[in-house]
Design a protein around this ligand. Structure first.
Ligand code: M6R
Length: 606
């Protein structure tokens, strides 16, 4: 949930560290801080501030000293409120060792009391501060070797962590470690980087190294050494980042979210490229997809909604039972899983702790794991048997948009692939869906070209206290996604319902003027009329209905037209107006679009 960056090299460290923090701020924005090594043996230079990174930047002024190595942190608070004191980095009592952390140290209470008993003085309420004191002691017992100290300390920690540490006695050296939380290495020329994700250093290098579980990395400007906790040297996987720094910039749009909404024609096309006629054998080389008795999709939030749509497609086209599970609930009910279970974790970041833990549970019970992920080098694909990467590019806005539509595409591709492996999908159907998929980018483009009136219409409802979303079939998960987007961005009560479920309770929520968004099944669908009846039911009770569909619904107060598509593919189109409604509502209500309150992009704690 926090953003972490470290730099060592020829440049003034402040610049790449600050640049990294700007690019990582989407991961957490409760406070930010930087520590720099100034001179051997002297106290570190440190500055940290509660609130957004801009608060820290304002305090920096001209006073920052020369330094060629440093670390920076942007925080999503867990232990201790978002204050200056709780902001990272945390220092040891000599002010010479600084540490930043992402994750949760579960045994911090015990550690803290032991350390206090040994005379360490604590200044914050964080779980992290225990680690810096522990590291300080361990470093002394390892005769000043920070990497050896880090290995010893990690072995004593419970929970999840990415840690980066610097010590002023060792200028130019940064030591990091990871367990269940992301950390990548950026390999530069005469300079090296450590960061939560590659966006932090993409402006400097596109060459990265992936770090595994319980690994410690020790970098200087000219060396990178990775070991396990026993000190055995490990050769990390190298990879090239396939996108440019400009992909992680706003590119003239007022917000990342709007840019990402408008990138969807491209991200859908990129995810489809070369895959409609079948998945490349390289993708599925590591997994046996024959003899599967059920599919379990595990995901959170928006990715979960993509999984719900996937269920409709996989059950229909591959004729196999599918369960879709909220990852945070999955492992705690100890579900029955065996080697005939195919688990599909879906994750934009590839680091979502709930999804990772659910997937590990399934794997440890013999399941085969075929991940859908947007982030190369992240933990979920690394721990899966196979991965279908979505090619949405970096998604910076906290609210997921282009990653969602790319995940939908991945679901359709997997459904068709499983159908082919099982010999149940006909060539005609496969060709038909392939053609329909190929048309989606231009259809999304058409929607985006005609979206302006929807923005004006949205503003009419800016003072509504609640908004309801209705859908049937694949329109139901689409409605859930529309409601989630609105909650997240407009801080407005919003709920999605299956149209047929309304009269079993939720219809009591409808009052005079309640805005209801109806995701209409295509006009040719057998469910169109059923949904039209559901619209009449809410209208009769005072709702103002906005219908999204491929034909006008006469009973609706407002109609938002989308192009006609195959019924199963419609969520890719219908969600676009829903994204625009949430975006516009956030602006109309004066909310922060890209960094909504209380949230973080990548949820790396349970
Ligand atoms: O990185 P992931 O796809 O695993 O993230 C899952 C959810 O946290 C994410 O989709 C979240 O719900 C979004 N902020 C919704 O817009």
């Amino acid at each position: 949930m926090c953003g972490i960056v470290g730099y060592t090299g020829k440049a003034q460290a402040l610049s790449p560290v600050l640049e990294g923090l700007r690019r990582l701020e989407y991961r957490g924005y409760d406070s930010a801080g930087i520590a720099l090594v100034v001179a051997p043996g002297e106290a570190l230079w440190i500055e940290k501030r509660a609130g957004k990174l801009a608060n820290l930047e304002q305090t920096l002024g001209e006073s920052v000293p020369d330094s060629h190595s440093g670390i920076g942190h942007t925080r999503w608070a867990t232990h201790g409120g978002p204050t200056d004191t709780n902001a990272h980095p945390h220092l040891d009592n000599e002010g010479k060792l600084a540490l930043i952390h992402n994750g949760i140290i579960e045994n911090y209470v015990d550690l803290r009391s032991e350390l206090e008993a040994r005379g360490h003085i604590f200044t914050s309420e964080t779980d992290t501060e225990s680690v810096v004191h522990l590291l300080s002691d361990a470093r002394k017992s390892h005769h000043g070797d920070l990497a050896a100290a880090m290995r010893e300390v990690c072995a004593q920690l419970r929970g999840s962590f990415t840690l980066l540490a610097i010590h002023s006695d060792e200028p130019g050296r940064i030591v990091g470690a990871r367990r269940n939380s992301p950390l990548v290495v950026g390999v530069g020329n005469g300079e090296n980087f450590l960061a939560s994700d590659v966006s932090a250093f993409i402006a400097y290098t596109k060459h990265a190294l992936e770090l595994g579980q319980d690994e410690v990395v020790d970098i200087t400007s000219s060396s990178i050494v990775v070991t396990d906790l026993a000190g055995t040297v490990i050769t990390p996987r190298e990879y090239e980042i396939s996108w440019d720094a400009s992909a992680a910039e706003r590119g003239g749009f007022p917000h990342f979210m709007l840019k990402e909404i408008y990138e969807q024609p491209k991200s859908i096309a990129d995810t489809l490229i070369g895959r409609t006629a079948g998945l490349d054998p390289e993708i599925t080389a590591g997994i046996d997809l024959t003899g599967i008795s059920k599919v379990v999709i595990i995901a959170c939030g928006t990715a979960y909604h993509a999984g719900l749509v996937g269920k409709y497609a996989i059950e229909k086209w591959a004729n196999i039972a599918v369960e879709v599970e909220l990852a945070s609930e999955y492992r705690y009910r100890e579900p029955a899983v065996d080697s005939q279970t195919l688990v599909i974790p879906i994750s934009q970041s590839g680091e979502t702790m709930d999804t990772l833990m659910a997937m590990r549970y399934a794997r440890s019970h013999g399941a085969r794991v075929f991940a859908v992920c947007n982030t190369n080098g992240s933990t979920i694909p690394r721990e899966s048997d196979a991965v279908l990467y979505t090619h949405a590019g970096p998604e910076i806005a906290v609210a997921s948009t282009k990653a969602f539509t790319a995940q939908l595409i991945a679901m359709y591709l997997i459904a068709l692939h499983l159908g082919r492996v099982r010999g149940v999908v006909t060539k005609e159907l496969s060709d038909e869906i392939g053609l329909e998929l190929a048309e989606l980018p231009s259809k999304v483009e058409q929607i985006l070209e005609t979206v302006e009136p929807l923005r004006a219409l949205t503003r009419q409802f800016k003072d509504a206290t609640s908004m309801l979303f209705l859908g049937r079939h694949v329109g139901y998960p689409t409605a859930l996604e529309g409601a989630l987007k609105l909650k997240e961005l407009a801080y407005m009560h919003a709920e999605g319902f299956a149209g047929g479920e309304l009269k079993h309770g939720p219809i009591a929520l409808i009052d005079q003027g309640t805005p209801v968004i109806a995701v209409m099944p295509p006009a040719q669908s057998a469910l169109h009329e059923k949904m039209a009846s559901n619209v009449m039911e809410v209208k009769a009770r005072g709702a103002v209905v906005i219908a999204i569909g491929d034909a006008d619904l006469p009973s609706a107060a407002h109609n938002i037209r989308i192009p006609t598509s195959h019924e199963f593919l419609q969520p890719v189109l219908a969600v676009v107006p829903l994204q625009v409604i949430a975006y516009e509502m956030a602006i109309a209500r004066g909310n922060d679009v890209d960094q909504p309150r209380n949230l973080a992009k990548s949820v790396t704690v349970e």
